[in-house]
Design a protein around this ligand. Structure first.
Ligand SMILES: [Zn+2]
Length: 156
């Protein structure tokens, strides 16, 4: 990726600036073990410290993502894995006894309904949070960071 366009920092006037995208991509690449030299900082400890610095910076400049909703995952898991778990539990506990089928089917129905409800509830929340995702990504594309004063700023 070639990046010739540079923006001067509006706070200190330094031209040592980088886009969030470039920082983010450099940070992702650093996991392969190639550390980049962070200018303006005295590094005494070698590669490990450099990698930590890059990762920290990349975390700050992380691209906005879709919401990961725990309730969605939990609900999906419950609706899919719940029935066999209920079936096995009941099978071990109550097989051979009279009338065990009815509580079994009640339990299976219950986990499916609860799982589906959790999933739908979680998804509606995730959708709400993701509604402004395009704008957040757009803002991220325009955000740059000054490497001298470590401040972030929006470009046009
Ligand atoms: Zn600056």
């Amino acid at each position: 990726m070639t990046q010739t366009k540079r923006y001067a920092c509006p706070y200190c006037g330094s031209e040592d600036t980088r886009s969030y995208r470039a920082i983010y991509e450099a940070g992702s690449a650093s996991s392969t073990g190639r550390g980049s030299v962070d200018t303006g900082k005295l590094l005494s400890g070698g590669v490990d410290i450099q990698l930590t610095t890059v990762t920290e910076e990349a975390r700050l400049a992380a691209k906005p993502r879709k919401t990961v909703n725990f309730r969605m995952d939990a609900g999906l898991f419950l609706a899919i894995a719940g029935p066999p778990i209920a079936f096995i539990t009941f099978f071990i506990a109550a097989v051979g006894r009279d009338g065990y089928q009815q509580p079994l089917f009640t339990a299976i129905g219950f986990v499916i309904v609860v799982g589906a409800a959790l999933f739908i509830w979680g998804r509606s929340d995730a959708k709400k949070e993701d509604r402004d995702l395009p704008e957040r990504v757009e803002a991220w594309e325009k955000t740059w960071r000054c490497r001298r004063c470590a401040r972030s700023f929006l470009t046009k």
